[in-house]
Design a protein around this ligand. Structure first.
Ligand code: N01
Length: 490
């Protein structure tokens, strides 16, 4: 049965990946598409994360679209508002805005086997509810979208300002306030130095010390920017160099113990030169292999922690009171602003969306025992559904945008093949996926990610269901020449 559709493709999410998907579809003449964005602007994680000090810890020339190189990045690691401006520029340049519906939150989506279409239920902040029918559904909802909020006794009684780093209100001021930060991952390490500058006193609750490498964030000289602007080949060569070294580093960091040892020495030297107190140094020295959690890059984090008006608390938190965070040893840290730098639930976005596929399969139920996909893009029993930057495909220490572009390319190839065969649906064959998951498990065993720490990369069972354990190059090869026999076209 063939049913009329509202759009050929519905894309959920207007962040980097949703916008890239829209651009690729338009370029291929598939412009009957809509991007459903829950907020009032595009940007995804870069629109939401507006905490002081927020920037990208991947060089900007690599953290941008390969098809839209930007000669104007002001410094090696771009601040979040510069990244957001870049994305806004791309939206206008590629005429994507007219395809975006804002204030459109997808509640659920169901696949109809008879018509091979998706029915997507969308709500707005006004409470309106409507449905859209589409042939293909792309979930570009991001892995860093659902904040992970700790369940600490007494949180509801806190009378000051409390926010997660991803919900930081830029109007917040911390001058003359006692601030506490829980969490010392990538977000914590970025926000802590700037809060330390402004607060009367800052208490940092550290559960696990991070490995921190020194970082130099160079301003690009006008002359270099001019060269990049006038000579696109120089700009492309610069990016290619960054890509080559970052891919090498990613591979080395994940599975080359000698390189990791050398990098660990550098990180410890960084700690020694920035922190003079042996007691504080001991507290900040990690006791697990470097790279197991994301390696942090900062040259102002350790100096901030060494300030006299900053306390690093390592006793576990017992409870939160009206105006304090209290540890199990009874220490009471007076707090008027409480910042949760406690990370994200990488499959949270998928859990809250009710995605119902063929034969009664529910994505959240199928993933109850761990998120499984094929190459991070397709899921068995979910025809014409494509994920971007979903589980099984993120990278630990370099630009995820490289993986995302490869995924957009794979989606385009699958759609083209679906058309070429004059079929209405494409889905990964269910029998292909166990082999892929076994490969992920086998290869993850050899990476540093499973070397004895806990991290958001691992699921409840301690398995890596988040990261791609190979190189970017390998991922690009496997998606550029997909094995079409792995897919079912009906
Ligand atoms: O989150 P995290 P994040 N009590 O999960 C602690 C990306 N990112 O937002 O290590 C006390 O890394 C937790 O402690 P522990 C990047 O991909 C990128 O910082 O579990 N502490 C940890 O210290 C990154 O990997 C940029 O023991 C609690 C921290 O909170 C990802 O986002 C910038 C706790 C969480 O660290 C996530 O980073 C920022 C509790 N109950 C983020 N619960 C770029 O520059 C959690 N913690 C690109």
């Amino acid at each position: 049965m063939s049913l009329p559709v509202d759009h050929d493709t519905v894309i959920v999410g207007g962040g980097f990946s949703g916008i890239a998907m829209a651009i690729a579809l338009k370029a291929a003449g598939r412009d009957d598409l809509v991007v459903l964005e829950k907020a009032e602007e595009v940007g995804g994680t870069w629109r939401e994360n507006r905490y002081p000090g927020c920037e990208c810890d991947v060089p900007a020339h690599l953290y941008s679209y390969s098809f839209e190189l930007n000669p104007y990045w002001s410094q090696t690691y771009a601040p979040s508002d510069e990244i957001q401006d870049y994305l806004l520029y791309c939206v206008e340049k590629y005429d994507v805005r007219r395809h975006i519906e804002f204030d459109a939150t997808v509640q659920d989506a169901a696949y109809d086997e008879e018509s091979s279409t998706w029915t997507v239920t969308v709500t707005s902040s006004w409470g309106t509810l409507r449905t859209l029918r589409a042939r293909s559904l792309v979930l570009a909802v991001g892995a860093l979208h659902e904040p992970s909020i700790p369940d600490i006794p007494g949180m509801e009684s806190f009378a000051g300002e409390m926010m997660h780093t991803a919900t930081w209100d830029p109007g917040t001021t911390v001058e003359r306030k006692h601030v506490s930060v829980i969490g010392t991952g990538s977000s914590g390490v970025q926000i802590i130095p700037s809060l330390a500058e402004d607060a009367v006193h800052l208490t940092v609750f550290q559960r696990t010390p991070a490995w921190v490498m020194p970082r130099t964030n160079r301003q690009y000289a006008d002359r270099l920017i001019d060269t990049f602007e006038q000579h696109p080949t120089a700009l492309a060569a610069h990016r290619a160099r960054l890509k080559a070294t970052s891919d090498l580093r990613e591979r080395g960091l994940t599975s080359a113990p000698r390189l990791l040892k050398a990098a660990s020495r550098l990180a410890l030297e960084n700690l020694h030169s920035a922190v003079k107190s042996p007691q504080l140094r001991a507290v900040l020295t990690p006791d697990y292999p470097m790279g197991c959690k994301r390696i942090l890059l900062s040259s102002d984090y350790y100096p901030a922690l060494a300030r006299p008006d900053v306390t690093v608390e390592t006793d576990p938190i017992e409870r939160i009171e009206r105006d304090a965070v209290v540890t199990t040893s009874g220490r009471r840290h007076h707090t008027t602003v409480l910042v949760l730098a406690t990370g994200f639930d990488p499959v949270g976005s998928y859990r809250y969306l009710g995605i119902k596929g063929a034969d009664g399969h529910l994505l959240s139920a199928d993933w109850d025992d761990g998120a499984t996909t094929y190459l991070g893009v397709t899921v068995p029993h979910f025809p014409n559904l494509f994920l971007l930057l979903g589980p099984n495909s993120l990278l630990g220490h370099t630009s995820d945008l490289q993986i995302m572009e490869a995924q957009v390319g794979l989606v385009m190839r699958l759609l083209a093949e679906r058309d070429r065969r004059h079929t209405r649906s494409v889905a990964v064959r269910p029998q292909v996926v166990p082999g892929f998951v076994a490969e992920l498990d086998r290869r993850s065993e050899r990476t540093v990610y499973l070397s004895g720490c806990s991290s958001w990369y691992l699921d409840r069972g301690g398995r890596n269901r988040t990261l791609w354990p190979g190189s970017v190059g390998e991922y690009e090869r496997r998606t550029t020449r997909p094995e079409m026999v792995d897919y079912l076209f009906t």
